[in-house]
Design a protein around this ligand. Structure first.
Ligand code: FAD
Length: 517
C-alpha cells in the first residue's frame, strides 16, 4: 500500500511538472486562451478538482478549466485548439459530473470543460402525445426528473444513480432496470446538439446528420461534445411497489429473470444482485430499501450460501392500488423464488429512482464515499451466463465481495446497432457489475490491490473461456486492446474519429487515440 501511495504521489508530481513544463514551453497557449472572447471564464489556478473522479485512482492535472456560460464558449475553445493544429499537445475533455472510474473525463495538461456550468441554459418541455424535454448536456438527471415531475412526466430509461450528467451517460449508454423494455438511455434520445472536434456546432438526429448522431451516442466522448439533448418522456407514475425475492440457485434465478424480461412483463424495472457473505456498510450501499414486513422473510437462514436477489418494481398511481396488488400477487406466484423471502416496499417514484443517493449521503457522512472504486462492468451473452456465474461466484468471489454485484438481463432488440456502443452478439445479454469500494489503507481482501487482482482474474477467465464478453464503461490502456474491444466495428469507429475529431483532441482520458503532434 505504501508503494502504491508513493507511486501515486510520484505520478501526481510528474504531472504537475508536466503542467509547469507545458506552461513554460507554451506560454502562448495560456495567453491565447486568456484572450478568447467568451461569456464564461477560464480558471488556470483552481484546477485540482478536474483531476479527480469517482474512481479515485487516476489524477491528471489539466492546464485550465473552462466554465462555459454558452455553447459558443465551448465551440470557440474547441475551434481555438483545433486551429493550433497538430503542433500543439493541447487536448480537450468535457467533464460532466466527474463520475468516471479511470480518468475518462480528465485532460492531462489540457483543457477540461466543466459542463455543469451550462445547466443555466434551462430545460424546455414539450407536452402532448409524444412529450420530450430539451436539456443541456451538463444537466444532471436528478434535476431533469424533478422538473419533469412538475409536468406529470419523466424520462423512460435511467441509470441506478441520478447524480450524473446527460452528456456523461449518453457517452456510454445509460443502463438500469428499465432497459429491458425501453432500451438504454441512448435509445431514448431524439436529437442532439454537438460541438465537433473542429469547433463546429451541429444539430443531429436520426434524420439530420445521422452519422454524427449515432457516433456520439455511446461514443465515449470521442466525436464531439454534447451541448444539448432532446430526451423522450412518458407520463410519470406516483408510486412504486418495490419488491425483492431470494433464490438459492443461480439457474432458477436467471430463468425467472429471463422470463420476466421477455414479452409483456407487468413489471417496469427488473434487476438483481448476488449476495456473498453480505455484511458491513460498504457492502450495503444500495440498501435504502426498507421492506414493510421483513419479519417473515428475516426468518430465512442463508447458512452462508451465496444468494441471488431478484429486484422488481411496478409503477402505479394511488387509485390503481387494489388492481396492482392483485396483478403482483399473480405474477409473483409464477416465479420460483424461496417462498418465505418476499420483501415489499411502497415508495414515491422519485424516492425509488433516487435510491442510491440516500446511500451516498450515509456513506459520505462516514467518509466512505470518496474511496477508490475499482469497478468492473461486463456485458455477458445469455448462453454464457451460467458458466460465468458458476466459475466467478464459486471460485473467484468465494467468501466476500466488496460492494454490490448487480446482475440482470436486457433485450438486444432495444439497442440501436448504429450507435457506437459495443454489446455482445446475442438477443439477450446480462449486465454484471462488480461495484467494489476499497478501504484506503487496507492490504487485506477489502484493499485496492486485492480487488484489482480479483477483477483481473475475472477478465482472464472470460478471455480464456471465450465468453464473448464486452466491457461496459470500458477501460484499456493500449490501442490493440481497444481494437479487440470494438472487433469488426473498429474501422467504423476510427473512420468516425477522423471525420469528427481529426486531430484526436477530444476525451483523451479514454486513451483510445493519441493526439497527432
Ligand atoms: P464524466 O465522468 O464527467 O464523463 C464521462 C465521459 O464522458 C468522459 O469521457 C467525458 O469526457 C465524456 N463526457 C462528459 N460529458 C460529455 C458531453 N457533454 N459530451 C461528450 N462527452 C462528454 N452507468 C449506467 O449506465 N448505469 C448505472 O446504473 C450507473 N450507475 C452508476 C452509479 C454511480 C454511483 C456512478 C459513480 C456511476 C454509475 N454509472 C452508471 C456510470 C456512469 O453512467 C458513467 O460513469 C458516466 O460517464 C458518469 O457521468 P458523468 O456525468 O459523471 O460523466
Amino acid at each position: 500500500q505504501g508503494n502504491m501511495l508513493f507511486l501515486r504521489s510520484f505520478v501526481i508530481l510528474l504531472l504537475s511538472c508536466m503542467t509547469i513544463k507545458t506552461n513554460l514551453c507554451f506560454p502562448s497557449l495560456l495567453s491565447s486562451l486568456k484572450t478568447l472572447p467568451i461569456d464564461g471564464h477560464f480558471d488556470f489556478e483552481q484546477v485540482r478538482h478536474a483531476a479527480k473522479d469517482f474512481g479515485n485512482r487516476y489524477s491528471f492535472l489539466p492546464l485550465a478549466v473552462l466554465h462555459p456560460m454558452s455553447v459558443s464558449d465551448i465551440a470557440s475553445t474547441v475551434k481555438h485548439v483545433w486551429l493550433m493544429g497538430p503542433g500543439s499537445e493541447l487536448t480537450v475533455a468535457a467533464r460532466g459530473h466527474g463520475h468516471s472510474l479511470q480518468g475518462q473525463a480528465q485532460a492531462p495538461a489540457g483543457v477540461v470543460i466543466n459542463m455543469e456550468s451550462l445547466q443555466g441554459l434551462g430545460m424546455q418541455f414539450h407536452t402532448g402525445n409524444f412529450p420530450y424535454v430539451d436539456v443541456s448536456g451538463g444537466e444532471l438527471w436528478i434535476n431533469i426528473l424533478r422538473q419533469s415531475l412538475k409536468h406529470g412526466l419523466a424520462p423512460k430509461s435511467w441509470t441506478d444513480y441520478l447524480h450524473l450528467t446527460v452528456g456523461g451517460t449518453l457517452s456510454n449508454a445509460g443502463i438500469s432496470g428499465q432497459a429491458f423494455r425501453h432500451g438504454p438511455q441512448i435509445s431514448n434520445v431524439h436529437q442532439l446538439e454537438v460541438v465537433t472536434g473542429k469547433g463546429e456546432v451541429v444539430n443531429c438526429s436520426e434524420k439530420q446528420n445521422s452519422d454524427l448522431f449515432y457516433s456520439v451516442l455511446g461514443g465515449l466522448g470521442q466525436f464531439g461534445i454534447i451541448t444539448r439533448a432532446r430526451i423522450s418522456l412518458e407520463p410519470a407514475p406516483e408510486m412504486v411497489k418495490w419488491i425483492r425475492v431470494l433464490y438459492t440457485d443461480f439457474a432458477t434465478f436467471a430463468k425467472d429473470q429471463e422470463k420476466l424480461i421477455s414479452g409483456e412483463s407487468m413489471f417496469d424495472y427488473i434487476e438483481g444482485f448476488v449476495i456473498i457473505n453480505r455484511t458491513g456498510l460498504l457492502n450495503n450501499w444500495r440498501s435504502s430499501f426498507n421492506p414493510q414486513d421483513p419479519v417473515q422473510a428475516s426468518k430465512f437462514k442463508s447458512d452462508g450460501r451465496t444468494l441471488y436477489c431478484l429486484e422488481l418494481a411496478k409503477y402505479f398511481n394511488r387509485d390503481e392500488t387494489a388492481g396492482v396488488n392483485r396483478e403482483i400477487k399473480s405474477s409473483l406466484s409464477q416465479l420460483n423464488h424461496v417462498p418465505s423471502t418476499l420483501f415489499l416496499a411502497e415508495v414515491p417514484y422519485i424516492e425509488f429512482l433516487d435510491r442510491v443517493h440516500i446511500s451516498e449521503i450515509k456513506l459520505r457522512s462516514k467518509g466512505l464515499w470518496e474511496v477508490p472504486h475499482p469497478w468492473l462492468n461486463l456485458l455477458i451473452p445469455r448462453s454464457k451466463i451460467q458458466i460465468f456465474a458458476q466459475h466467478v461466484f464459486a471460485n473467484i468471489l468465494t467468501d466476500t465481495s466488496n460492494g454490490p454485484v448487480l446482475i440482470y438481463p436486457v433485450n438486444k432488440s432495444k439497442w440501436d446497432n448504429r450507435t457506437s456502443v459495443v454489446i455482445p452478439e446475442e438477443d439477450v445479454f446480462y449486465l454484471v457489475a462488480f461495484l467494489s469500494s476499497a478501504v484506503p489503507s487496507s492490504t487485506g481482501t477489502d484493499g485496492l490491490d486485492h480487488i484489482l487482482i480479483q477483477n483481473k482474474r475475472i477478465l482472464e477467465f472470460c478471455e480464456i473461456a471465450r465468453l464473448g464478453v464486452k466491457q461496459y464503461l470500458p477501460h484499456y490502456s493500449t490501442q490493440r486492446e481497444w481494437k479487440a474491444h470494438f472487433g469488426s466495428r473498429w474501422e467504423v469507429f476510427a473512420r468516425r474519429k477522423s471525420s469528427y475529431d481529426p486531430l484526436a483532441m477530444l476525451a483523451p482520458g479514454q486513451r483510445i487515440f493519441q493526439k497527432a503532434i
